[in-house]
Design a protein around this ligand. Structure first.
Ligand code: FES
Length: 169
């Protein structure tokens, strides 16, 4: 009888040990799933505004009064995914403290336009919209002036922010 009680005690101890293992593993697996889910739910994706300003150019490298195409990379934030992409702006430096930066797409159907130095205007080759140096429509089907980036000057560096859609002409 003593041997049988010993076996029972051992069996109970082993059962408790297995139960403790099962509960312990369940808890670990639950935590492994719950922690990322909690992070996903409690912490929003990175703020888009943080990534919207990008250093685009050195002011000293821009000529006053002549629009120049500036190519730069910026981060695109899509939820938790951040991708780096190349884009550009037509930048007009008016002075060391005043800069205008136009979005690179024509406001008609989005073609890339260019500065025509001989005519002193921007020309879109797709449907021949012309814009003056301030981005206003001179002629062609473009319904509104060129869109502009928000600009910020810090020291001698030009930072570009989000594109502001221009109002209809
Ligand atoms: S896309 Fe520029 S004029 Fe049509």
């Amino acid at each position: 009888m003593v041997g049988s009680e010993g076996c029972d005690t051992q069996a109970v101890g082993r059962r408790r040990f297995y139960l403790a293992c099962i509960y312990g593993l369940s808890t670990i697996m639950g935590m492994a799933l719950a922690v990322p889910a909690a992070v996903y739910l409690l912490f929003p994706p990175r703020s888009r505004k943080e990534d919207q300003w990008v250093e685009a150019a050195e002011l000293s490298q821009l000529e006053v009064g002549v629009p120049e195409e500036v190519v730069f990379r910026h981060n695109r934030v899509d939820g938790w995914k951040i991708s780096s992409e190349k884009t550009s702006a037509w930048v007009l430096k008016k002075s060391d403290t005043e800069v205008v930066a136009f979005a690179p797409q024509c406001t008609h159907l989005g073609c890339a336009y260019r500065w025509e130095e001989s005519k002193k205007n921007f020309l879109c080759p797709c449907h021949t919209s012309n814009f003056d140096i301030e981005g206003k429509v001179i002629d062609g089907p473009a319904p509104r002036p060129l869109d502009r980036y928000l600009v910020r000057i810090e020291g001698k560096k030009l930072f570009l922010g989000p594109i502001q859609k221009s109002p209809e002409a």
